[in-house]
Write a protein that binds this ligand. Structure first.
Ligand code: FE2
Length: 364
């Protein structure tokens, strides 16, 4: 293995463009248990957009909406609905990272931009990724403020009520048929990532739909980005449905880790988060397949948590329903016990469940 020419410290944040950032922030506060950290908007002197920074564990989400109809954020929402605009990665030096990426073929959308306030300096830059999604590079140095210059810290109004989400595990993109290899090569060439796993439609197919997936990870293995593309199926695949409603490629789901998936899911269910439900027969089959894991099968089944096992260990995971009206973005909660996989053994059972909901939407 050569030297890592694009060293990444980790995920910095994910920025969503939404129709109503104030209400989105409230939703993520009351349901997913994020705590308001900082904001910008008219009150802080930002005249064109409002943003709310929400945090839980090491997961930081930023929700942004604009004040004007012809604003980039408003147009993004009109076309895509609420969704992920930027995946931000923390790097030691934005200028060096951007230079490296540009030399290797990145399309630079925002040049190295330092911003300063009394707490220090934050440097950012952006490069184009699939569709209208971008990668944002963030250099925090010894910045001591709540988030970044221009943002005002939100004083805690009450005790936080987190659900145990600890960090981002991976972020998945859906692309059109034939584009997966292009973007996998792009990760390798531009960001120095390697291919961790490859699933073909032989691994992931049901009677109706099929998809192919490649998982790319950075040099340290901290950041993982699977890419899905639809494969020929009898009917419209869930990836096709996403692409139709998002009007292009974009982020399909963000997976977040927890140290106790039973508690996290119990809490999320009590706050009205909807999860995909697999048929009860799934548990008979899984108990046979991975039966020797030290888990409470009755509770797993009761909460709808999925299990998968590979040579390195096992994982527990669950998927939410889409979190907006368009059948686009959703979340995964994952607890890893050694496994570095993505639950391939669950895909089929899961797809049957997704297709059942797709049929209800009249899109199958
Ligand atoms: Fe996932």
């Amino acid at each position: 293995m050569g030297e890592d020419f694009f060293p990444i410290k980790g995920y910095d944040h994910v920025e969503f463009y939404v129709g109503n950032a104030k209400q989105a922030a409230h939703f993520y506060d009351k349901t997913f248990g994020f705590t308001p950290l900082a904001k910008r908007g008219l009150e802080t002197g930002c005249r064109d957009r409002a943003s709310y920074v929400m945090q839980q564990g090491n997961v930081r989400f930023v929700f942004t909406s604009a004040y004007a109809p012809d604003h980039e954020v408003t147009r993004h929402c009109a076309l895509h609905g609420d969704g992920v605009k930027a995946m931000a990665l923390t790097v030691a030096n934005v200028e060096t990272a951007l230079k490296e990426a540009r030399t290797r073929g990145a399309t630079v959308l925002k040049e190295t931009t330092p911003e300063e306030d009394e707490h220090g300096t934050v440097v950012t830059a952006e490069i184009k990724y699939a569709g209208d999604t971008v990668f944002r590079l963030v250099e925090r140095g010894n910045y001591r403020g709540a988030f970044a210059p221009g943002f005002q810290e939100i004083e805690a109004q009450r005790d936080a009520s987190p659900v145990g989400l600890a960090s981002i595990d991976h972020i998945v993109t859906n692309v059109y048929l034939g584009e997966m290899d292009f973007w996998a090569d792009w990760y390798a060439k531009v960001l120095g990532f390697t291919n961790l796993a490859h699933f073909t439609d032989k691994d992931i197919s049901t009677e109706y739909s099929a998809l192919m997936s490649k998982v790319m990870e950075n040099g340290t293995g901290k950041c993982k980005f699977p890419i899905n593309e639809p494969a020929e199926g009898k009917k419209k695949s869930q990836i096709d449905e996403y692409l139709d409603y998002y009007n292009g490629p974009g982020v399909q789901h963000v997976a977040m880790t927890t140290g106790n998936i039973y508690d996290t899911v119990t809490e999320l269910r009590s706050r009205d988060i909807d999860f995909l439900r697999v048929p009860d027969t799934y548990y008979d089959y899984m108990r046979e397949r991975v039966g020797d894991v030290d888990e409470d099968w009755n509770r797993l089944q009761e909460l709808g948590i999925l299990v998968d096992k590979d040579d390195d260990g096992y994982l527990l995971q669950i998927f939410t329903a889409p979190v907006q009206d368009r059948p686009t973005l959703f979340y995964e909660v994952i607890e890893r016990h050694g496994s570095r996989g993505f639950g391939i053994g669950n895909f089929k059972a899961l797809f049957v469940s997704i297709e059942r909901e797709q049929a209800l939407r009249g899109n199958l």
